[in-house]
Design a protein around this ligand. Structure first.
Ligand code: GUN
Ligand code: FE
Length: 423
């Protein structure tokens, strides 16, 4: 496959690359090389020319609650714990109804496709059947994902409170089925967060992690009341981070912890040592009044951080909006913490593409050997009146773009069409 156009991508947090009007050769779904003039060996090949549009790596969202998309924007009058009780748990309970789950998950996959998130790591609900169905739909969609059935066996409403042994058995069943039957979906262990999982549950999940060498996703230090509650529940364990670690849930280089706002230096050292990916959810942290994660400091300490949506703790799944929100919040933070330099747009693009892509392998960049996951973007008709550089187009798309600006989407080298037609 040969594509001509303006390519923009990052190779590191401080290296942003722009290649204008070049040819990209993709072989077996992977990036081969860029050429200013096409070598004669390719003279007979068909070229897809995207003209003045820009081409960027597709987005990877490492923290999203798929069943909650239906609730986006609802209930931000409350903070995390009452928000869960009042708005989130009642919606998740609906996924025991397979007709509801089928439609909601198809709408979810259509929306992620539309906004250019080609890979994601999602929490489903605790329902085994609906979670399996979601995994199968994702496999059919052309997107790629980690998906986990949520585990929760304490401090949850009766309808969402599992028996520990049943939850662990159902989890193992899904792990085996996923390994055997799916190619584009991988299982990820998904304890909801410490307050809703017993020690027995965490121990069992830790063992499953070892047995099948699985990644883990959960929430860490999102809200002050939540942090205090964890301390009450585990008075003998020193920190929130240590709780996950004690139960084998900090799997080396395979763990995503969302939010991670209120952390001690000691916790950060452990998270760095374990190669934990901290999913920075700036829009959610503002919507639920959770707090400000010191992103710049964490990056400078060598912590792995990426930008994620946390739908429906946030109000939109569009990753361009989360990039903008992360930059905006970091600028406001800089006003009161001048030593914490604000995030620049290329840095934020890195955190939502190459950094998050590293959880899937060589994903999120246009360097040699990377999977070709890409979005072709054209900004609006006003640009006919005042021509823009490729970087200015990227800026305008990040701040004011939406799915209407995305002309084409690729995942693993394949052109991806809208997953589901719904009546
Ligand atoms: N902590 C436990 N569950 C949730 C959830 O669904 N969303 C967010 N943002 N935080 C959580
Ligand atoms: Fe979350």
């Amino acid at each position: 496959m040969i594509i001509k156009g303006n390519f923009l991508y990052t190779s590191s947090i401080d290296e942003f690359v722009v290649k204008e009007q070049v040819y990209l050769v993709v072989k077996d779904g992977k990036i081969e090389d860029f050429y200013e003039t096409l070598p004669t060996e390719y003279a007979e090949e068909k070229i897809t020319d995207y003209g003045t549009a820009i081409i960027i790596p597709a987005f990877n969202d490492l923290h999203i609650h798929a069943p909650q998309l239906i609730n986006r924007g609802v209930g931000f009058d409350k903070e995390l714990l009452p928000w869960l009780e009042t708005y989130t748990f009642p919606v998740e309970a609906k996924y025991q109804d397979m007709a509801f789950a089928d439609r909601a998950y198809k709408l979810f996959l259509n929306r992620l496709w539309a906004v250019g998130t080609m890979r994601f790591s999602a929490f489903a609900t605790l329902h085994k059947e609906a979670t399996w169905h979601f995994m199968e739909l994702t496999e059919q969609s052309g997107l790629s994902a980690y998906i986990g059935k949520v585990n929760m066996d304490r401090n949850s409403p009766d309808i969402l409170c599992e028996k520990t042994d049943v939850s662990l058995a159902e989890t193992e069943e899904l792990i085996v089925k996923c390994n055997e039957e799916l190619k584009h979906v991988n299982y990820i262990l998904t304890p909801r967060f410490v307050p809703s999982t017993t020690e027995e549950m965490m121990t069992g999940l830790g063992k499953l992690g070892e047995k099948y060498d699985l990644p883990v996703q959960s929430h860490l230090s999102e809200n002050r009341s939540e942090v205090a509650w964890v301390k009450e529940l585990h008075p003998t364990i020193k920190t929130y981070t240590d709780v996950y670690n004690e139960f084998g849930l900090m799997r080396q280089d395979k763990t995503i912890m969302a939010h991670s706002i209120y952390l001690s230096e000691e916790e950060k050292a452990l998270l760095a040592e374990k190669g934990v990916m901290l999913a920075h959810c700036a829009q959610s942290n503002a919507d639920l009044s959770s707090g400000v994660m010191p992103l710049r400091k964490n990056l400078e300490m060598g912590l792995r951080c990426c930008i994620a949506s946390d739908i429906a703790g946030s109000h939109t799944p569009d990753m361009n909006r989360h990039i903008a929100a992360s930059i905006e919040l970091s600028k406001i933070n800089w006003l009161s913490h001048p030593e914490e330099k604000a995030l620049q747009l290329p840095e934020a693009l890195f955190l939502a593409t190459k950094q998050s892509g590293s959880f899937f392998g060589k994903v999120g960049s246009f360097e040699k050997g990377y999977d070709f996951d890409a979005l072709v973007i054209e900004t609006d008709e006003m640009n006919g009146m005042l021509p823009r550089t490729p970087f200015e187009k990227l800026e305008q798309y990040i701040y004011d773009g939406d799915d209407r600006n995305i002309l084409a989407r690729y995942c693993k080298g394949a052109y991806v069409t809208k997953p589901f037609e719904l009546s």
